[in-house]
Every structure is written in structure tokens, then in C-alpha cells.
Design a binder for this molecule. Structure first.
Ligand code: PEP
Ligand code: MG
Length: 321
């Protein structure tokens, strides 16, 4: 009997042949934490913290951030909260920094972790807040736009320095986002240092394909279904498995039911998505067999266009056709 989306919402997320898949939430505002309960998710796989900075004419204090993160973690009541340090730079610039930095000599051209390392005071305040919450709750730190050993090492040293200064006994797991081509070519270095990986298909796809993720949204010009992107995902899964390092996929396309089926075939077991997509994905995964997904994935890796991959996926999971 095929269960409707609503009817299977409370059921475990697993394939028909019993492969369990962890479903987590991507959220960008504290209030969205309630969706974790609502959609029966396993926790938060990506909390984007940029809002704290982008809407503020003042630097958000460690105390203010602590209050936000602590409330969210306590609402999750033991489920994990992956907090991504601010991913700013490029077109995402806080008003207070624009006011402070009128010339181009500052950090404004940098993105992600390197921007954070150039704005050390901002990063220190945020890490103070996260580390404080991590003494009580299952909070994990995720670093955006990592490009290799050097930036990751600097961030970890900063985390350890702050933990030591505050006398904290517990340092939370530290994860690296894999979303730049440089990170793909630095996987071994990154895996030496990271406790977990989060693969961001939004940025990875745009940087691999030389497209603009915002302009090409929903179009086949910028999709993780491009075989080259699929091969990159497969490589990350395989290398991480050798290092016994968990990998979560957290790009928007993880919420596409067909794509989620393909991810299982590529070896992914953790998916972080927009909570509203969880029902579709849960229903799809419950309707496929892992061994069929593996077969489809191996064919997809040999395709030449996203359209060919899409056609294969419709055979694997016909109910979305
Ligand atoms: C990504 O790039 O895929 C990602 C999850 O991060 P963001 O969308 O916040 O850039
Ligand atoms: Mg990103």
C-alpha cells in the first residue's frame, strides 16, 4: 500500500530495503526551529547565521548570540544543532562593516571562512557564543567555503584558543563545508582535520559550472544533476568513507525528491533540506530500493547531460514523472 505524504510523516526515513537516512533541517531564522518537530526531522543540519549580521547596524555581541543559539538548542532538546559560522562577503555584507570599511583594502572581497578569519573580532565573538552553548547541548560548528588545510587549521586553532581561555572542557565537533572546487582538490587535507563534512551543492554547482545560482534558479544551467557535479559528490562520499568521516548534503536540491533518491545511490545517508520538502523526500525514499538507486547512480555518473540523468531518475522513482 502506498502511503500518502502526510500519512508517512511520522514513519522512519528509510528505503524500502531498510537503509536508514537521516533527515535534517536547513534553517535561516531561529523561529524555524519548530519545523524540526513538525516534520519529524532528526535535528538541524545547517543553521545559517547570516541574519544576525545582515540586519544589524551594530556588531552582534557574544551574549546576544548566546541567547539565540541557547534557545534553539534547548528547543531541540538533545537533537543536534549544526551552527554555521557567518558566511559573509561578496554580496552579503553587514551594514556595520560597510560603514566601517569605506575602501577596498579590507576583507570585503573575501567570502566564507577567509572573510571570517580576516574579521577576527567578529569570528571570536560568534565562537565564544557557540562554545558556551556547546557545554550543555549537542551543538556542532560548521565552517563555510573552506578551501584547504590553512584556513581550516586557523579556524580550529581559534576555536581551541577560545575554549582554553574560557576553561571549557568540551570542544564540539567541527565540520567543513565542501562547496568550492579548491575544497575538492584538498579533500585529504580537510579530512585530516574535520570531524564531519557538509556538501553545499548550491555553491559547489555554481562554481563548478561557472553559472550564477541566483539567476539560474530552477534552470538546467545550474543544477547538481550535471554529471561533473555528481562525480564530485561521489568522490567526496568515497574519500570520506575511507576516513570514516560523515558527510551530509545540504544544498537546496537535496529537497528535490528525485535528486534525493540519486544521493542514496551515491552513498549519502544524511540529508539537510528545507523542512517543507521533507515529506516529499521521505515518501520518495520509502518507495525505492537502495540497490536500484546504486544502479541508477552508476549509470548517471556516465551520462553527459542533466536531462539524461533526470530521465534515469524518473525510471527509479516513477511517481514524480
Ligand atoms: C550551499 O552552498 O549549498 C549551501 C548549503 O550554503 P548556502 O546556500 O547558504 O550558500
Ligand atoms: Mg554555500
Amino acid at each position: 500500500r502506498v502511503l500518502t505524504m502526510k500519512a508517512c510523516g511520522h514513519l522512519p526515513c528509510a528505503t524500502e530495503d531498510g537503509i536508514a537516512v537521516s533527515l535534517l533541517a536547513n534553517i535561516g531564522l531561529p523561529d524555524e526551529i519548530e519545523t524540526v518537530e513538525e516534520y519529524n526531522l532528526d535535528g538541524v543540519g545547517l543553521f545559517r547565521t547570516e541574519f544576525l549580521f545582515l540586519e544589524s547596524h551594530e556588531r552582534p555581541s557574544a551574549q546576544k548570540q548566546f541567547e539565540v543559539y541557547d534557545k534553539m538548542a534547548s528547543d531541540l532538546n538533545g537533537r543536534p544543532l549544526v551552527i554555521r559560522t557567518f558566511d559573509l562577503g561578496g554580496d552579503k555584507l553587514p551594514p556595520f562593516l560597510l560603514e566601517e570599511q569605506s575602501d577596498a583594502q579590507g576583507s570585503l572581497h573575501l567570502r566564507g571562512l577567509r572573510f571570517s578569519l580576516a574579521e577576527r573580532d567578529l569570528l571570536d565573538e560568534q565562537l565564544h557564543a557557540i562554545l558556551r552553548v556547546a557545554q550543555t547541548w549537542d551543538v556542532r560548528i560548521l565552517l563555510p567555503m573552506v578551501i584547504g588545510r590553512d584556513d581550516l587549521e586557523q579556524a580550529i586553532a581559534t576555536i581551541n584558543r577560545i575554549a582554553k581561555k574560557c576553561g571549557y572542557l568540551r570542544t564540539p565537533p567541527i565540520g567543513a563545508m565542501i562547496e568550492t572546487p579548491a575544497a575538492l582538490y584538498s579533500l585529504a587535507d580537510i579530512l585530516d582535520l574535520a570531524d564531519f563534512l557538509a556538501l553545499g551543492t548550491n555553491d559547489l554547482t555554481q562554481y563548478m559550472l561557472a553559472t550564477d545560482r541566483d539567476l539560474a534558479e530552477g534552470q538546467d544551467d545550474c543544477t547538481a544533476l550535471y554529471p561533473a557535479v555528481l562525480r564530485a559528490i561521489k568522490q567526496v562520499v568515497d574519500v570520506s568513507e575511507k576516513h570514516q568521516c560523515p558527510v551530509c548534503i545540504c544544498g537546496e536540491e537535496a529537497g528535490d525528491a528525485e535528486f534525493a533518491c540519486l544521493l542514496i545511490g551515491l552513498g549519502i545517508r544524511e540529508v539537510s533540506l528545507s523542512p517543507g520538502r521533507a515529506g516529499m523526500v521521505r515518501q520518495a525514499l520509502r518507495g525505492i530500493k537502495q540497490r536500484d538507486a546504486v544502479e541508477t547512480a552508476s549509470q548517471a555518473l556516465c551520462c553527459h547531460t542533466p536531462q539524461q540523468v533526470r530521465a534515469l531518475l524518473r525510471d527509479l522513482y516513477p511517481s514524480t514523472a
